[in-house]
Design a protein around this ligand. Structure first.
Ligand code: DQA
Length: 148
């Protein structure tokens, strides 16, 4: 089972960026934790990060034909305003799980809105790196349920 984990704008800066919100783990640390959990759960995890919105849309488009069974996405600030990425995600047939390291609802008002909320299976926020790991568990479980 292939799970695609997408990291959006500025998320390559985890580890250097606002440790009060995001902790000190780097994106490489997060990816290593996802790989370890993926092996445990019998899932193949592929991670992709970009700061360029069009490249993210193209990676989502490619997920239609590359065997992706589910997507876990932290789109960073794009979450709050990118209708383009929302539309790209909405075309996917597989489950999409939205994750955030910080508790976006306890922060500035603009972060309370996710333009993805209506088209994702669910959202996980506020648990730091565990948000990703919970998102991966949710993705694997959603695929298993759909197949049973
Ligand atoms: C974030 C929350 C977003 O509001 C912010 O723009 C980010 C990171 C998170 O993981 O908590 O870049 O998605």
């Amino acid at each position: 089972m292939k799970i695609l984990v997408l990291h959006g704008i500025n998320l390559n800066m985890f580890g250097k960026r606002d440790p009060a919100q995001y902790g000190t783990a780097t994106l490489a640390d997060i990816e290593a934790s996802l790989q370890a959990l993926g092996s445990e759960l019998g899932a193949q995890v592929e991670s992709y990060q970009t700061n360029i919105e069009g490249q993210m849309a193209e990676r989502i488009h490619a997920a239609h034909t590359d065997g992706t069974a589910a997507v876990v996405i932290n789109a960073g600030a794009w979450t709050h305003y990118s209708y383009g990425l929302r539309d790209a995600l909405a075309i996917l047939k597989c489950p999409v799980i939205e994750v955030h390291m910080s508790n976006v609802h306890a922060r500035e008002a603009f972060r309370h809105v996710s333009v993805f909320s209506e088209i994702v299976k669910g959202q996980i926020c506020g648990f730091g790196v565990d948000s990703y790991l919970l998102g991966l568990r949710a993705a694997v479980s959603a695929v298993q349920q759909a197949r049973s």
